[in-house]
Ligand binder design. Sequence first.
Ligand SMILES: *Cc1c(COP(=O)(O)O)cnc(C)c1O
Length: 366
Amino acid sequence: MRLPLRDELRGRSPYGAPQLDVPVRLNVNENPYPPSSQMVADIAEAVGATAAGLNRYPDRDAMALRADLADYLKLESQVELRPDQVWAANGSNEVMIQLLQAFAGHGRTVLGADPGYSMYGEYCLITGSTWTQVPRREDFTLDVAALADAVATQRPSVLLLASPNNPTGTALQETDLRVVLEMTRESGPDGADTVVVIDEAYGEFRRDGVASALHLLADHPHLVVSRTMSKAFGAAGLRLGYLAAAPEIIDALMIVRLPYHLSALTQAAGRAALGHAVEQLAQINVLRAERDRLEEALTSLGWKVAPSDANFVFFGITDRAGEVWQQLLDDGVLIRHTGPAGWLRVSVGTPEENDRFIEAIGKVRT
Ligand SMILES: *Cc1c(COP(=O)(O)O)cnc(C)c1O
């Protein structure tokens, strides 16, 4: 059989980190703690009640869930948002795809910064958008001048930046973000604004004094802040991502979203999980402290460490990164070798898992 596969998809393999069954898995930035037994009970009860009505389609617009997400963002970032400024989908992966379906696609450019999240290139491939990147500075901060040049010459319809950035852990400075938000007015196709998407998948892990982009929404209608339940909230298996933006942006997403994209079970489970926001946020402090401990341990072992505002640490630099990754795996510890060359990323685990990692990396030559 010869399939009419799109030319740009030929020879591509499915994207994804290796899912290996090893004792210590620190490779995909999950929260290492399972939900509390009370959260599990509440989710089970909510899902059970919803199951009784599964003959009906879910609320297409997920209004109750969006109201709960707005409440959560107020609790987490002290930014007040209305439910019509929040949008949810199956993981922030789907949120991003919807953004590109609405604002990018064939003949349009999406701009990012390298190194960054490798999925962004995949979203562009899937939606037929052109993906280009500006190199970050040596310390992985944003090169604002280079970005300004790229914006002026390429007129991107979407700018996609993760803050804290994956894989480097680098947060975008607010002064830089303000400059970016100015340079992206009327810089898109036909003089439209460029939609600036700040991916705060790791936002909750930011260090004290680092602001979320959420509080800039009110003055910058072309800003989108994306979040997820997959990381800090410890619910990667739930597949629930969301964003905050101007209602006009969400209206555009509602045109491209599939009707009933978010199942009634996901909406119910998400709302039940959000009922435990206070305890989840308390647990994040444990992970932030462990992150700082990992940074110190790696530094004292002689590795170069990129300061992290996330729940992972990016460290190097060695010409044997692949070898080091394998050595750790042989020792029962799975981390991530993402590039750029010479660097490795380790997710923050439980204190016991982090001890295992520190012990294993201690046996490796820097
Ligand atoms: C993990 C991650 C996400 C989360 O994706 P989900 O689809 O919500 O699980 C989003 N952005 C970045 C940069 C990530 O690393």
